[in-house]
Design a protein around this ligand. Structure first.
Ligand SMILES: Cc1cc2nc3c(=O)[nH]c(=O)nc-3n(C[C@H](O)[C@H](O)[C@H](O)COP(=O)(O)OP(=O)(O)OC[C@H]3O[C@@H](n4cnc5c(N)ncnc54)[C@H](O)[C@@H]3O)c2cc1C
Length: 501
């Protein structure tokens, strides 16, 4: 075991002692213990008796109706550490929350009775322009990260396009966006982190300090090992110009579009990213190119030739990186700022599979069948396919994401439904849940990309068969050993957290 906990610095022990004295006589009841911290600080505490409890406990997906014991918003690492010790002393599970976008509601604990530690006060940002390193608080939303990086000298970090997703969960589970093929995932670009461990100690986690934990956090870090409060991330100067285009086809071209996506995607330039959106009525291929429209045309022509037909609608936009980011934000809300706050209510079920090659005809047939047979309720069902590859397969440091090297694309199977008025947490559309489960089960049963199912851990799914294998491949034994060394009492736990050996 490379983690040398016995050699932790004197500073680290001193911090633990200060925190222990801060928490005072343990164990006391959880709420009393948390109130003790709250009374001396800028932290805030939301308990079941608080009027804010019902809005504060729900994340992005209102389908999940978990009832945490409390939601604590620490203002510093020391206060977060105190809260973790309160939970540990009372045998309460800790669930970190950054942006609240977990597909299974795991940042609310994934079940009743956890202590949610919400990092929304961790919004720190700075940019070292000599070394192009951004320091970002874990509670920062992607939209705010885009804005701060742009305003501090026109930089970017590789992240997804949805502005309300949190840097914390996103970076610890992967993080693919439009520069992923050029610069890798967010997780690959993390240079070091600050993490509060289950025993209340505060660590710098980097290749030089805690290399095993550094490996594990980047790919398997969401909610299993400790609370990450800050990331130091490789930043890049933005390319100029940036061009986006949406090519729209009729649904009957699905086989040809999927074939072009897989075949041309394998050889496409890394300056090009591609996402395919397919619903009952249309197919949209959204390309983003790190260059001009004229340059982009040469990169997308092979896709159109392969499809054998021009799209019936084409929308090009050439502009700055930030204009492109703003457009993505506008699709998710009114402005990038409003979309970054992300206070809308959604009811959603999402699942995923990774593919290493072209889909079989049977798989295309199953997709057609389910998209043409959506539930009768008011729903929005679709699939979203992201092209992977490029730098994602050549990370500069090994990480717990590496079993997915060589993946060609991911498919997300998504369905949203509306709720009665007023919005009701936990409201289920049974037909939608069945549609989603049946669709993915059928796709899994004819999976063409190998004998073992593979899926994206950032689209975590409770029903995924052999989920640890699908997310982490053969790396689970190593992850479990690291879990034991850093959280031997399993304080950080949720239904799919890395288990103790
Ligand atoms: C609308 C939408 C769009 C998305 N778009 C993309 C995309 O373009 N690309 C992509 O790769 N993914 C995308 N995702 C998936 C997203 O990356 C994951 O859901 C991610 O885990 C969300 O991070 P979060 O901080 O918002 O979520 P949270 O719900 O806060 O956290 C997710 C998990 O990580 C844990 N966690 C959160 N913060 C910390 C922390 N600081 N320390 C330790 N553990 C922590 C939580 O306990 C939970 O288990 C999208 C998701 C949604 C809902």
């Amino acid at each position: 075991m490379q983690l040398r906990w016995a050699q932790r610095t004197i500073l680290s022990w001193a911090t633990a002692l200060i925190i222990l004295s801060y928490v005072q006589a343990l164990p006391v009841g959880l709420l009393k213990c948390l109130k003790n911290i709250r009374s001396r600080s800028e932290s805030s505490l939301v308990t079941p008796s608080s009027p804010l409890y019902d809005t504060n406990r729900i994340g992005f997906n209102s389908y999940f109706d978990h009832r945490p014991r409390a939601i604590f918003h620490p203002a510093s690492e020391e206060e977060a550490a105190s809260a973790i010790l309160c939970a540990a002393a009372n045998h309460v599970a800790v669930a970190p929350r950054s942006g609240g976008h977990s597909y299974e509601g795991y940042s609310s604990g994934g079940r009743n009775g956890s202590l949610v530690i919400d990092l929304s006060q961790f919004q720190q940002f700075s940019l070292d322009r000599r070394n192009n390193i951004a320091t970002i608080g874990a509670g920062t939303r992607l939209g705010h990260a885009y804005t701060r990086l742009w305003e501090n000298g026109e930089y970017l970090i590789p992240v997804g396009t949805c502005p309300s997703v949190g840097v914390g969960g996103h970076g610890l589970g992967g993080g693919i966006g439009v520069v992923g093929r050029k610069h890798g995932l967010l997780t690959h670009n993390i240079l070091s982190m600050t993490m509060v461990a289950a025993n209340g100690t505060i660590h710098t986690v980097s290749p030089a300090s805690n290399p095993d934990l550094f490996w594990a956090l980047r790919g398997a870090g969401g909610g299993s090992f400790g609370l990450v409060t800050e990331f130091r991330v490789q930043a890049y100067e933005v390319p100029s110009p940036v061009t986006t285009v949406i090519l729209t086809y009729k649904p009957d071209k699905m086989g040809a579009v999927l074939s072009a996506f897989a075949k041309q995607g394998k050889i496409a330039t890394e300056d090009l990213s591609a996402t395919l959106y397919i619903d009952k009525k249309k197919i949209e291929i959204e390309f983003t190119y790190l260059g001009s429209q004229a340059q982009m045309q040469g990169a997308i022509d092979p896709f159109i030739e392969h499809i054998g037909e021009a799209p019936f609608q084409t929308e090009f936009e050439e502009g700055t990186w930030f204009q492109a980011a703003t457009r993505w934000g506008q699709r998710a809300g009114s402005t990038l700022e409003a979309a970054s706050i992300g206070n809308m209510t959604f009811y959603h079920r999402g699942r995923s599979l990774f593919y290493r090659d072209l889909l079989s005809e049977d798989e295309v047939g199953v997709i057609e069948k389910y998209l043409q047979n959506l539930p009768k309720e008011k729903t929005w069902g679709y699939i979203l396919i992201d092209l992977w590859g490029g730098k994602i397969d050549r990370p500069s440091e090994p990480s717990a994401f590496d079993n997915h090297k060589g993946v060609l694309f991911s498919i997300q199977f998504d369905i949203f439904w509306s709720s009665p008025h007023p919005p009701t947490p936990g409201f289920a559309c049974e037909a939608c849940l069945k549609w989603s489960a049946d669709f993915v089960k059928e796709m899994q049963s004819i999976y063409s990309s190998g004998p073992i199912l593979e899926a994206y851990q950032n689209y975590i799914e409770r029903d995924m068969p052999d989920a640890f294998q699908a997310y982490y491949g053969d790396q689970l034994p190593r992850l479990r050993q690291i879990k034991k060394s850093v959280d031997p009492r399993n304080v950080f736990r949720f239904p799919q957290s890395i288990p103790l050996p």
